[in-house]
Design a protein around this ligand. Sequence first.
Ligand code: ZN
Length: 246
Amino acid sequence: MGKKYFTLSFDDGLEQDKRVIRLMKQYGLKGTFNLNAGLFGARGEVKGIGTFSFQDCPEGVRHKWPFSYVQHNRIPKDEVLQVYEGMEIATHGFRHESLGAVSEDEMRASVDADKAALEGLFGAPIVGHAYAQGSTSPAVQAYLKERGYRYARAVFPSGGYEFPENPLNFRPSTSIILKDAMKLVERFKREEAQDRDLLLYLWAHSYEMDYEKGNASWAALERLFEAVAGRSDIVYCTNSEAFSHI
Ligand SMILES: [Zn+2]
C-alpha cells in the first residue's frame, strides 16, 4: 500500500512568510522555504498575480489602481533562523539567478554561494532547490546532483500527484493561487494510494496572498490549509521528507 504525501513550497524569503508559517503551524502542516542568501533584507514591491506577470518596482514609488502593487520585502538575515524554525530551507539562487539562462560559471557560483551561506546559517545540509523563473537545463541538473541535491522544483503545474521521474526537474501539482488548487486537494483526499505513493505538492509566493483577489488571498489560503489538514491517511512533510524515500 502506498502513502499519500502533502508538502508546501514558498519562494523568495518574504515578510509575509511569517503569516504563512503561523497558519501552517495552526493546521499542522510542513513545508519548505526557498531563500536567496544574497538578497536577505532587500525591499521592493511587485504587481500582478503570479510568477508570470510580476514586475519589479522601485521602492518608495506610490501606485494607484489598477496596478495593485504589494510589498515584496525579504526577511533580514538576523531574523531568518528564528522565523523558519521547524521548516526546511532550500536554495533559490544566491541573487535569484535564472540558472538555466546564465553562464555555467555563474550558475555554479550562484548555487555554491547560496548553499554555503544557508548551510552555514541554518547548520543543516541543503538538498533542495526551487528554480527562479522556473529556469533550468541539463547542465544545471547535473551540477545540483553533483552537489548532493535530491530535488529541484520548476514552476508550471503538473495537475497531478505522481512522484516525478526526474526529481531534479519536477513540476509542482499546482500553484496555491490557481483555480484548480482546491479541486486538487479535494480529489487528493478521495484518492487511494494503491500500489504507489502519491504526492500533492503546492507552492506559492506568500506576497501573492496580499492581492486579496480570488485564490490569491489570505482567507482562501486558510480555507485550503483547513481542507487538507488533520487526516490520518496523509503524511504532512517537508519537500525533502517527501523525496527522501525515492
Ligand atoms: Zn523567486
